[in-house]
Design a binder for this molecule. Structure first.
Ligand code: MN
Length: 217
């Protein structure tokens, strides 16, 4: 059985399942290219670097930088995970998907109606303070879906919640295509949501994560 453990410093930028221009006209190829190849890669590199520094800190019994390293790992690690999910929950317009039964039913249970969910999600994502994310997550403790805001990548989380649908609302995600019109970008991105992938992630989240399955990235 293949082992999916990722050792410190071994994180890799996951390739996209589509070419950089595949999300046009909703997200331009220049945005996707810079976002994936520069921004996301920067988080992977930052995470690897901080983890390896932490390995050295343990070896040398020198934890003088621990506070800095914890911050670097929370920021870059969360950034890497959220971006890895973000790329997969979008699909080109010619591969448009419909919402699937498990997701739909859990949305009804958690938010009352699909319309209410959509309204709350878009409002929540569009009102994230400064840079961050709109997140739909499965909360295993409550056994239902929750909508969260993340500031930067790591703030305002709810422990144990598993993100299944994420929207990047950092300016780098939309500024070239939408300038300062964040809500316009989120509304447009809604058309790209890959509901098959959301369903798959929700199913895995509800079953609990097993180390024998590759879940996030
Ligand atoms: Mn981003």
């Amino acid at each position: 059985m293949e082992n999916y453990i990722i050792l410190p410093g071994q994180h890799k930028l996951p390739p996209l399942a589509y070419p950089y221009n595949a999300l046009e006209p909703i997200i331009g190829s220049e945005t996707v290219k810079i976002h994936h190849n520069k921004h996301h890669k920067g988080y992977v590199d930052g995470l690897n670097k901080a983890e390896l520094q932490l390995v050295n800190a343990r070896k040398n019994k020198d934890f003088s930088l621990i506070k800095y390293l914890e911050n670097e790992i929370a920021f870059n690690g969360s950034g890497h995970i959220l971006h890895s999910i973000y790329w997969t929950i979008m699909a080109p317009l010619n591969k448009k998907t419909q919402i699937k039964p498990l997701t739909y039913n859990q949305i009804l249970t958690s938010f009352g109606s699909f319309e209410s969910f959509k309204e709350q999600f878009i409002e929540s994502a569009s009102k994230v303070e400064a840079s961050g994310w709109g997140i739909l997550a499965w909360n295993p403790a409550w056994r239902r879906l929750v909508i969260l805001q993340a500031e930067k990548h790591q703030n305002l989380t709810q422990w144990s919640s598993i993100p299944i649908l994420v929207v990047d609302v950092w300016e780098h995600a939309y500024y070239l295509d939408y300038q300062n019109k964040r809500k316009e970008y989120i509304n447009a991105l809604w058309e790209l949501i890959n509901w098959d992938e959301v369903e798959k992630r929700l199913l895995l989240a509800m079953q609990g994560i097993t180390p024998l399955k590759k879940v996030y990235i």
